[in-house]
Ligand binder design. Structure first.
Ligand SMILES: Cc1cc2nc3c(=O)[nH]c(=O)nc-3n(C[C@H](O)[C@H](O)[C@H](O)COP(=O)(O)OP(=O)(O)OC[C@H]3O[C@@H](n4cnc5c(N)ncnc54)[C@H](O)[C@@H]3O)c2cc1C
Length: 403
């Protein structure tokens, strides 16, 4: 049975990503049905749109029933738990299916100094927790959780800071260094998320600078490269050459990129050329080239292919296999978001590749924006069923639970 166009297109390599038996082996019949009904609800754009606005309002009003409802539905689907302890059974279950976890504390949009310090403390705690586990090799973080976005933007524009801003910037560097040093001492890698282009240069410059300090023996810091950007591929190559030529180990996480509409809108409003490739095909070509680059240089750099695109995952697996590279070489990784794309994750893990789920955690109120983005991502785009839903239906039918 065809799942979608990707199911009928030939995929590179030999992995059968449409094998739903491997994909959902970690779910009991009950869990599978629960997931199916949830994705069915999320398939309706109208419901998700109205639901999202109502949810934000209800959580702000601290309506306890709504919080419970969220916890038992989308929160349970996409988030590890409110605390690290709550994440433990999830991490353990993933480990059983040869899948690691990448922990990320889900706070967003903070700007008060005390809040930024709190985020630092939570990240430090997450690193220590990761070090005590044998299946959490990476902690992920957003630098926008450690500094006010406005300051990053000002840095990027090259404007002079006021005395007060200089103090804030130094505090931010201190927070980031505390985190890098702790990760270095505990041998835990750090993935630094990519943001909008108007602050990304400032992030890139800082992360590269810190690679020189911490990526001496192995890749502790991984910068994120958005291949939807016209300059994304070249930035990846340039940064690799700089870091490698200076004798450090380069680390790169590859993504297509999450802020396409926002980027295009701002470019149009402000009258500069859009930094985003004009077509999906152009983004896909750049992404494939980036995968090839990482595999070709795997001995001197570490990478993570963070994508839910079947072809991109199949391509990397095929390149690894063709070149006779050990499948679980620790410089070649794959990652998907927890609660999504299980048909990629568990088919890769069953074949012995290094694969990890991105596992956010935090209080319901904090992770709400993340949850709403996930719900929106899973609505029907053209009235069709979401890709996730098609695979779930297929597995339910295979188990004889749906006709
Ligand atoms: C583990 C993980 C971590 C991530 N971390 C980050 C991060 O730090 N920063 C970040 O920005 N993103 C990040 N992302 C990526 C982002 O959240 C989306 O999931 C991702 O861009 C979706 O692309 P895909 O590779 O799954 O494939 P697809 O579903 O094949 O591609 C969709 C993507 O293609 C691009 N695209 C779509 N239409 C067009 C068009 N017309 N023209 C040009 N390009 C187009 C867009 O980037 C879009 O998101 C992460 C994703 C994962 C799985």
């Amino acid at each position: 049975m065809a799942v979608d166009s990707e199911a009928t297109d030939p995929l590179p390599g030999h992995i059968d990503f449409h094998n739903t038996e491997f994909a959902f082996a970690h779910l009991s019949d009950r869990e599978l049905k629960r997931m199916y009904y949830l994705f069915r609800l999320m398939n309706s754009p109208a419901l998700v749109n109205v639901g999202s606005s109502l949810l934000v309002a209800a959580i702000k009003l601290r309506l306890p029933l709504v919080k419970r409802l969220v916890r038992h539905t989308i929160f349970r689907q996409f988030v590890g738990g409110e605390t690290l302890q709550e994440c433990e059974p999830v991490i353990e279950k993933l480990r059983k299916y040869q899948c690691s976890s990448i922990l990320e504390y889900g706070a967003e949009g903070k700007s008060r100094e005390e809040e930024l310090d709190t985020t630092r403390d939570i990240v430090l705690n997450t690193i220590r927790f990761a070090a005590s586990s044998d299946s959490v090799p990476v902690v992920s973080l957003k630098l926008t959780g450690l500094v006010d976005n406005a300051l990053l933007e000002k840095k990027q524009r090259g404007e002079v800071f006021s005395e007060q801003e200089e103090v804030y910037w130094k505090r931010f560097l201190r927070r980031f260094d505390d985190i890098c040093q702790t990760a270095y001492e505990h041998n835990i890698a750090l993935f630094i998320d990519a943001e909008e282009s108007w602050m990304q240069d400032a992030i890139d410059a800082l992360v590269l600078e810190r690679m020189r300090r911490y990526n001496t023996r192995r890749a502790i810091l991984y910068n994120t490269y958005q291949l939807y950007r016209v300059d994304g591929l070249q930035r990846l190559k340039d940064d690799y050459h700089v870091i490698h030529s200076e004798g450090y180990v380069f680390g790169a996480k590859l993504v297509r990129g999450a802020y396409m509409d926002k980027e295009r809108k701002r470019a149009k409003e402000m009258g500069y050329p859009s930094p985003i490739h004009p077509t999906k095909e152009a983004t896909d070509r750049a992404y494939d080239e980036a995968i090839l680059f990482c595999v070709e240089h795997f001995e001197t750099m570490a990478s993570c292919n963070a994508s839910h695109n079947l072809k991109s995952n199949a391509l990397q697996a095929k390149l690894i296999e063709e070149r006779g590279i050990v499948k679980n070489h620790d410089h070649l990784n794959f990652s998907q978001l927890y609660g999504m794309a299980d048909y990629i994750t568990f088919n890769l893990s069953a074949r012995g590749y290094n694969v990890a789920k991105y596992l956010p955690y935090g209080p319901v109120e904090e992770v709400l924006p993340y949850l709403i983005r996930r719900a929106r991502e899973n609505t029907a785009v053209t009235g069709d069923m979401s890709r996730e839903l098609k695979y779930l239906r297929r597995e339910l039918k295979r188990r004889g639970l749906l006709r």
